[in-house]
Structures are given as structure tokens and as C-alpha cells.
Write a protein of this length. Sequence first.
Length: 118
Amino acid sequence: QVQLVESGGGLVQVGGSLRLSCAASGRIFAGNTMGWFRQAPGNEREFVASISWSGGTTSYADSVKGRFTISRDNATITVYLQMNSLKPEDTEVYYCAMRGYYGPYNSWGQGTKVAVSS
């Protein structure tokens, strides 16, 4: 069983920045990939970014490329999402997720809300 706890969400003005954190605990295996997803009310959950175990491979949704940066610290098993140049359309609930080397994401956090005011 893996527990993921997000933090760092809040209200920010357009153009501002936020840093989300996700701390993992429990039965965690090396080689996992961690990711961030987001969901607005009534919408499907969408992929934001992911990072491999080594941190050497990252992937981003087109909508956040150049503005968001994902990173991780394996000593504390924490993944971060640095969000810069925030836009109103970034207003969503952000979820942290983990998957093994293969397979789908199967562990999820409870979400942290980000609101960007214009």
C-alpha cells in the first residue's frame, strides 16, 4: 500500500508561481515513475507531467511545457511540481500519482487545489 500526500496548492494571481509537493510513504519499490495530473469539475483527469525514478526522463503536457517543471528527491521520496507563469486555465485540482516501471498509475493522492485569479 502506497500513500501519497500533496501539499502546496492555493490561490495565486495570473503570472504567479506555486510549488506543489507530494510525499510518498508505504510499500514503495525502486524504479517507479511519479506524475502529476489535474482535473477541473466536470472534466476528465488530464496528464500534466511525469518523471522517471532516476529523474533523467521527464514528460510534460503541451499546455504546461516551458512553464512547469517536475522534479523528485528519492531520499525523501518526494516529487515536486514547480508552476510558473500561471494562467486562469491552470485552475484545477492537482493529483500526484505513482506507477511501477511498467503498468498504469495505481496509487493516487487526495489532490490539492490550485486557483489562479485574473
